[in-house]
Design a binder for this molecule. Structure first.
Ligand SMILES: [Fe+2]
Length: 135
């Protein structure tokens, strides 16, 4: 499966959040690349846990900006974050229980999420922040 590639088109016009997206994508690509590793390997659950923790941190930053600048889509965006956290926790749990479907599930879910959340939903607040001229 091909890596996810960030570029300027996906900028949300807040430098700190763009940098966090790039880091998150790097972690997700590492997970996509790990998929051939045996499911019993701690590498999968460790990398998943690390990515999930970073995603939590990143979501709270995004949500802070949204609240501060009164982004009207705050509630529904927060709901998407909650859904991701729930799914990532499931994947972590399944990885620890050595479920054999985990590598494929990780690949599919994380890639789909990058494309639909970071490259689509996040751009909605990006357009809003652009008007606010946040640095
Ligand atoms: Fe987001």
């Amino acid at each position: 499966m091909e890596n996810v590639v960030w570029d300027e088109r996906y900028s949300v016009h807040v430098r700190a959040l763009d940098e966090q997206h790039q880091k998150l994508i790097k972690m997700i690509n590492a997970l996509i690349g790990l998929s051939e590793v045996s499911v019993g390997s701690e590498a999968i659950s460790d990398a998943l846990t690390e990515m999930t923790n970073y995603a939590q941190y990143h979501f709270s930053k995004e949500e802070q900006y949204m609240l501060e600048y009164d982004f009207p889509g705050y509630q529904s965006h927060k709901r998407e974050h909650r859904e991701f956290k729930r799914k990532a926790a499931d994947l972590c749990l399944n990885a620890m229980q050595n479920k054999t479907t985990v590598p494929m599930e990780i690949r599919k879910y994380l890639k789909h999420w990058c494309v639909n959340h970071i490259f689509k939903s996040d751009l909605k607040y990006g357009a809003f922040f652009k008007k606010k001229d946040i640095k």
